[in-house]
Design a protein around this ligand. Structure first.
Ligand code: TRP
Length: 447
């Protein structure tokens, strides 16, 4: 009896831990603006198909590698074969590059949270507020540093377990609020229903290769795959747990939150901008649309406070696991103690993050490949490094250690029903798609 109980809790624990790291700004901030930018319904459709096929297979491979070797990414890939260690290294660098710009967005959330608390909600709803805020040279720097320092503090003190408990209450509240805001906007705003159609009904004319590239990048980011994180999670997972079922739960949770966030934001932007053409969908979308919605709601300033507090928590749980991952690599590789490793990561991240912050203000004229710095870091990790990491993982699993080895691991905790899907994805579909994506990202082929 007690045995059963403990395995149940640990299964739930695994899913919640993985979901906690998966659900964050990626779902609430990044997904809606990408969906708005890349054709609404068609993006949603492509995203869901990719999640169920490609995301599923890659996540299964990563968790199985972790559980089989019992190590974090660098060690895990070396355990599969010395020559594969490089893949672990690429994976380990990705969170280090995400953390700084993630914390810049975290700083924006913090600013909006405090803004709503201090009654500045109405000002934040005015046109141009967000643009002028991020282009001011000092304030965004301060909020970014506060956010990342808080993250570092929690990592040093190791109180993230407490935060996880809080977030287990916060998450349901966040979801309930998101649904409430979505229903409210759709019922009260003019034309919002057209926006719902734009978001839900795929328009195949809007399909382009870019849709797939963007959806795949978002998939990696949101599920935290193709960067070794799931390998680490897998290494903590007990053998008697079904990996397949756990993945389905994580996917439903993660995609569900993203879907709702889109439903909350896209119809509203659609209504504010009188249709798709006026929609200016970029990283600022959430910060521009939501204050306007709260402004029109009775009691909106309070809802605004609650909402941004929740988002802040979601962001913090993710930034903590991002930093933890980077700190663990520093500890292992450079034999540093925990505090020293955390402080080093903090300093490096502040420097890298400042590049993203200043990219909107004093260095706004400087762009790399026509992107602002924050967009550039986002592109570098999501559209280049993660696909490379995913491609190499597919090749290693599909052709070097062979899918059979991984499937054996996947079958330990219960039946693995998607064998054929897994094999076809890992050996053929995924590598070919990713290769095409990479070639087009580098401009080698035009699709
Ligand atoms: N998945 C997180 C989100 O949706 C962001 C993220 C990317 C992340 N990589 C990660 C979180 C690694 C924790 C660990 O916001």
């Amino acid at each position: 009896m007690s045995e059963k109980r403990s395995s149940f809790t640990s299964k739930l624990g695994f899913v919640l831990a993985a979901a906690g790291s998966a659900v964050g700004l990626g779902n609430i901030w990044r997904f809606p603006y990408l969906a708005a930018r890349y054709g609404g319904g068609i993006f949603l459709l492509v995203y869901i198909i990719l999640t169920l096929t490609f995301g599923f297979s890659l996540m299964a491979a990563e968790i199985a590698i972790g559980r089989k070797t019992g190590q974090s990414p660098i060690g895990a890939f070396s355990a599969l074969g010395k020559k594969y260690a490089a893949v672990g290294y690429i994976g380990a660098v990705i969170p280090a590059l995400i953390l700084p710009y993630y914390s810049v967005i975290g700083g924006w959330v913090l600013k909006y949270m405090v803004g709503f608390v201090t009654g500045e909600g109405a000002a934040m709803a005015t046109d141009g507020y967000f643009g002028s805020y991020i282009s001011s040279p000092s304030e965004p720097v301060a909020w970014f540093i506060v956010f990342i320092t808080v993250t570092a503090f929690i990592v040093i003190l190791g109180v993230d377990k407490g935060i996880e408990k809080v977030s287990k209450i916060m998450m349901p509240v966040l979801i309930a609020l998101t649904i409430f805001i979505a229903v409210y906007t759709i019922c009260t705003m003019e034309n919002a229903i057209e926006g719902v159609k734009y978001y839900l009904l795929p328009d195949f004319k809007k399909f382009s290769f870019k849709t797939v590239v963007a959806a795949m990048g978002q998939l990696f980011y949101s599920l935290s795959i193709a960067m070794g994180i799931m390998i680490t999670f897998g290494s903590y997972m007990k053998k008697d747990i079904s990996i397949e079922k756990s993945i389905h739960q994580i996917e439903i949770f993660d995609t569900g939150v993203a879907f709702l966030a889109g439903l909350m934001i896209i119809p509203a932007v659609y209504s504010f901008s009188n249709g798709v053409d006026g929609m200016n969908a970029g990283p600022g979308l959430m910060f521009i649309t939501l204050p306007k919605i709260f402004e029109t709601m009775p009691g909106g300033s309070i809802i605004g406070v609650v909402f941004f507090v929740m988002v802040c928590f979601a962001a913090l749980t993710s930034s903590i696991s991002l930093m933890e991952t980077v700190v663990a690599v520093f500890q292992d590789r450079f034999k540093m103690d925990r505090i020293k490793a955390t402080l080093t990561v903090l300093v490096v991240s502040v420097v890298l993050g400042l590049i993203s912050v200043f990219g909107y203000s004093i260095w706004a004229d400087f762009t790399l490949f026509k992107m602002q710095m924050l967009d550039f870091f986002d592109f570098l990790t999501n559209s280049l490094m993660m696909p490379i990491c995913a491609l190499l993982t597919c090749v290693i699993v599909g052709y070097c250690i062979k899918p059979k080895t991984i499937i054996e691991e996947l079958e330990i905790g219960g039946k693995f029903r998607s064998k054929l899907l897994f094999k076809v994805m890992i050996c053929a579909v995924a590598p070919v798609c990713i290769l095409l994506i990479l070639l087009s990202s580098f401009g080698i082929i035009k699709i």
